[in-house]
Design a protein around this ligand. Structure first.
Ligand code: FAD
Length: 390
């Protein structure tokens, strides 16, 4: 059989030699250090803390930011890296996405020089871990206008009250970016909340059937006091939060490409080896049809995210571009992982065959960072000029 080549249109040939080397270095690291351990941690719903120093050594956290110990690389390479992580394990990709994108991105885009100098270098080295708290138990899709977590300025500092649900990394993070509505001007503001802040409490969310390695928390803020120096000075309305989400949604699209690729590669390999009726199942027309459907969608996704990141690197990315990519890639990924499972028969649902995890994880990627409906409405508003959210 020919070698499995999930870069069917040779898109990666467009990468420079240095970028290609970095991609292969990341791939080698993930194959060696992450792939062998993820099924066990996924099964036990635990996070492999031993990988944090190794990830730090890989030196790809905060890859796109300029200064503060970060590489100042391109969004394209940041995407390639996210896809490599997704290809091996969407949970670890999400851990890095929260740290590098949501948490560091909030500080990089909305923080003061002092805050950036204090947090970004330590977070780049993964010595400090960050989380991003926007969603609430009763407010998921409607965060733009509906946050119920409040902040109030007092003589002692800012006082935060409310709850945040689903917050990735928050069970062990050193800081969580908390988004809250100011009771005085009704605008959304962002805060760096430290784990030992009085009034800050986190409970682990148990019983997830997707991204089980990611530790999601339910945060309760009870008269949680935050100093003015920990308020993000450039986060003054939800528009500022949305800037962070634009970048991270592009990252989720790339991660979905990786997830789809991992499932496709494993499924193709399986169909070449598995024999029924005396022949490899890959020789049956109906199986080949599944494989080609998977590859068609994967190739469309790969071309789309490549252009998406070119736009990003040209400074031309708009919210609707990121939303369209997020919707398309996570939707197609759901189809790819389900076909990957299907062509593997019963073994498709066993963790050890390395497709069941992708099948489950694709469900969470599909819903987080804005559901299909919400991201579709962002695109719909852009192409029609009509907002259809409410
Ligand atoms: P809801 O908003 O209740 O939506 C339910 C359904 O209604 C969806 O299908 C939705 O599309 C649909 N719907 C809602 N409004 C409309 C409308 N106007 N028109 C049509 N359909 C509509 N959040 C964080 O802040 N930080 C994190 O780190 C984080 N990590 C997460 C990790 C995981 C594994 C998961 C599952 C979620 C995470 N989230 C996080 C939360 C995530 O962003 C939300 O789950 C998501 O935004 C959807 O909100 P919801 O679950 O409350 O669904």
């Amino acid at each position: 059989a020919p070698e499995i080549d999930a870069d069917f249109y040779n898109i990666e040939a467009k990468l420079s030699a240095d970028d290609r080397n970095l991609q292969l270095k990341v791939r080698g690291f993930l194959e060696r250090e992450i792939k062998p351990i993820v099924n066990k941690y996924w099964l036990h719903d635990e996070f492999p803390f031993e990988i944090i120093p190794k990830l730090a050594e890989l030196n790809v956290c905060g890859y796109v930011y300029k200064g503060y110990g970060c590489a100042g690389g391109t969004s394209l390479m940041d995407g390639i890296i996210a896809a490599e992580f997704g290809r091996i394990d969407p949970s670890i990709a999400t851990f890095l996405g929260v740290q590098s994108g949501l948490a560091m991105g909030s500080i990089y885009m909305c923080g003061s020089e002092e805050q950036k100098n204090e947090w970004l270098p330590q977070m780049q080295r993964l010595e400090k871990i960050g989380a991003f708290g926007l969603t609430e138990p009763e407010v998921g899709s409607a965060t733009a206008g509906g946050l119920t977590t409040t902040c109030r300025k007092t003589a002692e500092g800012w006082v935060l009250n409310g709850q945040k649900k689903w917050i990735g990394n928050s069970t062990f993070s050193d800081i969580t970016i908390i988004w809250a509505r100011d009771v005085d001007d009704n605008q959304v503001k962002g805060f760096i909340v430290r784990k030992d802040n009085p009034g800050f409490m986190v409970e682990k969310i148990k019983g997830k059937m997707a991204l089980r390695i990611v530790q999601n928390g339910l945060i309760t803020l009870t008269d949680c006091l935050v100093q003015e120096s920990d308020r993000l000075p450039l986060a003054n309305s939800f528009k500022d939060t949305a800037k962070v989400l634009q970048m991270t949604r592009a990252g989720v699209a790339w991660m979905a490409v990786g997830c789809a690729r991992g499932a496709y590669e494993n499924a193709l390999d399986y169909t070449l080896k598995r024999k029924q009726f005396g022949k490899p199942i890959a020789s049956f027309q109906l199986i080949q049809n599944h494989l080609v459907e998977m590859l068609s969608n994967l190739t469309a996704m790969q071309t789309l995210v490549f252009r998406l990141s070119e736009l990003q690197d040209e400074g031309k990315l708009k919210d609707e571009h990121a939303s369209l990519a997020k919707v398309f890639c996570t939707l197609r990924t759901r189809d790819i992982v389900s076909r990957a499972r299907e062509v593997m028969g019963g073994n498709g649902i066993l963790l050890e065959y390395n497709v069941a995890r992708f099948l489950a994880d694709a469900e969470a990627i599909y819903s987080y960072e804005g559901t299909k409906e919400i991201n579709s409405l962002i695109v719909g508003r852009s192409i029609t000029g009509i907002s259809a959210f409410v």
